[in-house]
Design a protein around this ligand. Sequence first.
Ligand SMILES: NC(=O)c1ccc[n+]([C@@H]2O[C@H](COP(=O)([O-])OP(=O)(O)OC[C@H]3O[C@@H](n4cnc5c(N)ncnc54)[C@H](O)[C@@H]3O)[C@@H](O)[C@H]2O)c1
Ligand SMILES: CC(C)[C@H](C(=O)O)[C@@H](O)C(=O)O
Ligand SMILES: [Mg+2]
Length: 360
Amino acid sequence: MTTSYRITLLPGDGIGPEIMAVARQLLDAVSSSHGFSLVYDVQPMGGVAIDATGEPLPNSTLEACKTADAVLLAAIGSPQYDSLPREQRPESGLLGLRSALGLFANLRPVKIIPALIDASTLKREVIEGVDLMVVRELTGGVYFGTPKGRVEAEGRVRAFNTMAYFDDEIDRIAKVAFELAVARSGRLCSVDKANVLDVSQLWRDQVTAMAADYPAVELSHMYVDNAAMQLVRNPRQFDVLLTSNLFGDILSDEAAMLSGSIGMLPSASLGSSGPGLFEPIHGSAPDIARQDKANPMAMVLSAAMMLRVGLQQDAAATALETAVDRVLAAGYRTGDLMSEGCTQLGCRAMGEQLLAALAG
Ligand SMILES: NC(=O)c1ccc[n+]([C@@H]2O[C@H](COP(=O)([O-])OP(=O)(O)OC[C@H]3O[C@@H](n4cnc5c(N)ncnc54)[C@H](O)[C@@H]3O)[C@@H](O)[C@H]2O)c1
Ligand SMILES: CC(C)[C@H](C(=O)O)[C@@H](O)C(=O)O
Ligand SMILES: [Mg+2]
């Protein structure tokens, strides 16, 4: 009998539906050529869900995610929702989903594809050979800490959030990072702001203590401001980068530019059990939405991560990644990566090239 997986698809907003359409075509092709099948359940999340139901993460969507084998998300968000109360915005739906699925570990690989070396704003000799992994804590820190809010007092307005971690929250994400470091080059750099923040001192203490269990891992610590600088000065010094929620959000967008475009970086969000969530690190790109300009590669590479990490379909995942490499090597580019001598394509045409490369 053919193995069949249930995938909940969340196309979301902006460029989301455009890049999801490409990923879906490729998933159909790669699953049939690799002897398994995917059954999709398309659900509203983000702005589209607000329009349909008044909430960014309807219960029916959350249930469909909880019962799936994996969840594939494109992107959510749009300026039209920015004036809603925070808990009703698209971004709150995404945070609620991550939290409800217990997805504390966000893996954001940054690997330079040789064909794109000259697409980066950084020099070839700086980025050549970069292959790093940001391990971002995803369900704690300042994104979720309480108290938070906005108050008026004595004629002034004050707004506040709380950056907080429990020791065991740090331990479980640190363990993911140490294990990954063992499987990769053995180098782990933990990023914090322990020179200023108590929460970062706890982070550093916990990570340091765990190092005793991993004698083969070479652990270093770096302040986040220095890490931001080192990422563009000499990114090859990094293998696994362990970060809290906010620091990882910022550093991964910065790291995306090593690869040439934020339209290239995929991610996997994992918990200790249950389905994983796979999504590009970029957003809904409202500035290019509905213009057939989006780069679908981060989405396709997220689908590949879903196949490999979520469904253990390693060969199919590699086939998608190889298709991306081939199309780039042949000189096809979406606008975000365009350079002289290359052929510019829209999102749909890029999808066609990827399909052809997958078949060839
Ligand atoms: N996981 C998510 O769904 C997610 C992630 C980040 C931001 N957002 C949301 O997206 C909205 C827009 O945020 P933003 O503008 O700060 O970030 P963004 O990532 O959407 O866009 C930043 C810039 O990168 C470009 N870009 C992004 N993805 C691209 C792609 N695939 N191909 C070509 N160009 C691409 C955009 O055109 C834009 O110029 C906001 O509502 C934000 O909250 C959602
Ligand atoms: C949209 C937003 C909530 C999200 C985050 O900050 O985690 C995004 O920027 C990301 O990187 O996935
Ligand atoms: Mg982000």
